[in-house]
Design a protein. Structure first.
Length: 195
């Protein structure tokens, strides 16, 4: 026999419960939703990698190039790149076929040398398209074809999900704003008194 729960409104729940535990999905708390952060290695040294499908090309920080003594090539003709801050930088060098490890994935990437700030490598659409990447933004992972044509899944740094108690009225407000919410109704079966 299947038990069917009656529908209730948020207002009815509010009258029954003093507080509701909720996990709010705050996607912009630590990083943007269309990016995946990966821990990887270059020359067996740990690096931070940002997978960003909004970038057309891939980049590496000059600090990583120096630390790992990577061979750079000079472009025949330098060109300008506009950063997210609005400043323009001249691209003069690149690392051809840089060996990068991400979890169980070993790959080679052409990386343009450019100061990146908080990341060591930024992987853009040039590599993502070549390896037929399927991004899972919610799970912070991606599936792709490695250089041998085999399917590999790479797990990124997981997003933090914040859990806190809120009132039913607060839950109603965030639901109206379109936030994804997960509600847990906790009942202490030991403290029930029958009247």
């Amino acid at each position: 026999m299947n038990a069917i729960q009656d529908e209730t409104t948020v207002g009815e729940v509010a009258r029954e419960l003093p507080t509701i535990s909720v996990a709010l999905e705050n996607r912009k708390a630590n990083h943007q939703t269309t990016m995946v952060e990966i821990e990887g290695t270059v020359s067996e040294k740990p690096i931070s990698i940002l997978i960003d499908p909004e970038e057309s090309l891939s980049y590496i920080s000059p600090i990583i190039v120096e630390k790992n003594k990577l061979a750079v090539k000079k472009f025949d003709k330098p060109w300008l790149v506009q950063l997210a801050t609005g400043t323009k930088r001249k691209l003069m060098y690149y690392v051809e076929n840089c060996k990068v490890f991400m979890n169980d994935l070993e790959t080679q990437v052409k990386l343009n040398v450019l100061p990146l700030g908080s990341y060591d490598i930024l992987i853009g659409m040039d590599w993502l398209e070549e390896h037929r990447v399927l991004l899972d933004y919610f799970g912070k992972s991606f599936t792709c074809l490695n250089d041998q044509g085999e399917t590999v899944t790479v797990k990124g740094i997981p997003r933090k999900t914040f859990v806190r108690q809120i009132s039913a009225l607060q839950m109603k407000r965030v639901a109206k704003k379109g936030c994804k919410i997960f509600v847990v109704h906790v009942v202490d079966g030991e403290n029930k008194s029958e009247k």
